[in-house]
Ligand binder design. Structure first.
Ligand code: ZN
Length: 82
């Protein structure tokens, strides 16, 4: 089996671990609840979950923050969309 997942420039994240590409990603209640809180929750496998944070973006629940997005945080390594 060849690792052709990332051969193309357009990477489709289809339930493979964001960190290691494992196809057995977690679908726990924690992940599900995070999907309710965030627009995007990157899939993560159990191994990486133990040592890395779940990557999220587009938080839905933002409390009383100014709608000033002129300086968005650029801390995500996986920001392939921009
Ligand atoms: Zn992983």
């Amino acid at each position: 089996m060849e690792a052709s997942y990332y051969a193309g420039k357009t990477v489709v994240f289809d339930d493979v671990c964001f960190y290691c590409g494992d196809t057995e990603v977690l679908d726990t209640d924690e992940v599900k609840s995070m999907k309710e809180d965030f627009g995007i929750v990157r899939p993560i496998c159990r191994v990486c979950k133990d040592i890395k944070p779940i990557k999220t973006r587009n938080a839905k629940k933002v409390k009383k923050q100014k709608s000033d997005c002129s300086v968005p945080p650029k801390v995500f390594l996986w920001d392939f969309n921009s």
